[in-house]
Ligand binder design. Structure first.
Ligand code: SF4
Ligand code: SF4
Length: 299
């Protein structure tokens, strides 16, 4: 506390700014455009996963160092999924930490410097009016500053929570849509140390597989660019989800260039080019017309 004395009554408040869907906010902590954390207290819909156990640990440490201290934890529900987590939480209860189900709406600073919290204990239905020397807020984790800029530079997708998006939530949890870029830890979503280490192991294994190959297979589909038709408008570059097409300055002006090794053959560039400068390999207009005609003949 500000008087630098050992606190006798300490409160921890869980889920501050987290798991709040009432505002309709889907979860951007830092500003979605700039990546600034100035708005990090904005409500977030997601659960940060680590706060319950960090609070349990810190509350336990307060109790261990200052056995006479009264320690309260205000929570919505305790999420203790993990090896030994539930046992640790129960141990805290037995050590005298008071867990109160109910989220305070406001903290009021009194004239004597104490912090007053009025809340409803949802288990007993009672209104509690308690004062503390110190209040610790378990604020949700948010994407780091600069992640927006980094993601734009590396052509990485972000989920609606603002964290980097994995290749597939179940099948490629440590990979991104861009070959050679892998994810580990809270850059993908809040997670604790064991989960971060496990994901880092998966990311390292995936990177090792790629590095051990003597050659890399590339997608047989991809854009063929007619430079005489390309006007260098950069639409294809902006729309390519894999950063596999770039407009470069040539002696004939700005022209689109395909980066074959990064291309996934999705066809977005071909569909978007207004001057029809791009045709997709094996999917030229004449090939598609021939296919359609053949199908219609059979029908
Ligand atoms: S969209 Fe078409 S015209 Fe524009 S840069 Fe790309 S290839 Fe060139
Ligand atoms: S086919 Fe898809 S991945 Fe390949 S350059 Fe075009 S938009 Fe990018």
């Amino acid at each position: 506390p500000r008087d630098s004395q050992v606190p006798k009554r300490v409160a921890f408040i869980q889920c501050v700014g987290s798991r709040n869907v009432a505002s309709g906010c889907r979860g951007y902590g830092p500003d979605a455009e700039t990546g600034s954390s100035a708005g990090a207290m904005d409500p977030k819909a997601y659960c940060s996963r680590v706060c319950c156990m960090i609070t349990a640990k810190q509350a336990f440490m307060v109790k261990e160092k200052y056995p006479d201290a009264e320690v309260y934890v205000y929570y919505i529900d305790m999420r203790t999924a993990g090896k030994g987590f539930e046992e640790f939480y129960q141990r805290g209860r037995h050590e005298g930490i008071v867990f109160l189900r109910g989220k305070p709406g406001e903290i009021e600073e009194k004239d004597d410097g104490c912090l007053r919290i009025v809340s409803e204990d949802l288990d007993s239905g009672c209104i509690l009016d308690l004062s503390f020397d110190m209040v610790v807020l378990a604020q949700g984790l948010t994407p780091p500053d600069g992640l927006v800029e980094f993601a734009q530079k590396m052509n990485l997708s972000r989920s609606e929570d603002g964290f980097l998006m994995e290749g597939h939530p179940k099948l490629r949890p440590a990979e991104t849509a861009i070959d050679g870029i892998y994810l580990a830890g809270c850059v993908q979503f809040p997670k604790d140390i064991p989960d971060s280490v496990a994901q880092a192991g998966a990311a390292a294994a995936a990177a090792a597989v790629m590095c051990s190959k003597e050659s890399i297979e590339i997608d047989p589909l991809g854009p063929v660019i007619d430079e005489t038709l390309c006007i260098g408008c950069k639409l294809c570059e902006m729309l390519c989800p894999y950063g596999a097409i770039k407009v470069e300055l040539t002696d004939k002006g700005p022209k689109a260039k395909s980066i074959e090794v990064a291309c996934k053959g999705c066809g977005v560039c071909g569909a978007s080019c207004s001057t029809k400068a791009i045709t997709m390999k094996h999917y030229t207009d004449s090939q598609l017309t021939a296919q359609a005609k053949a199908i219609l003949e059979v029908v």
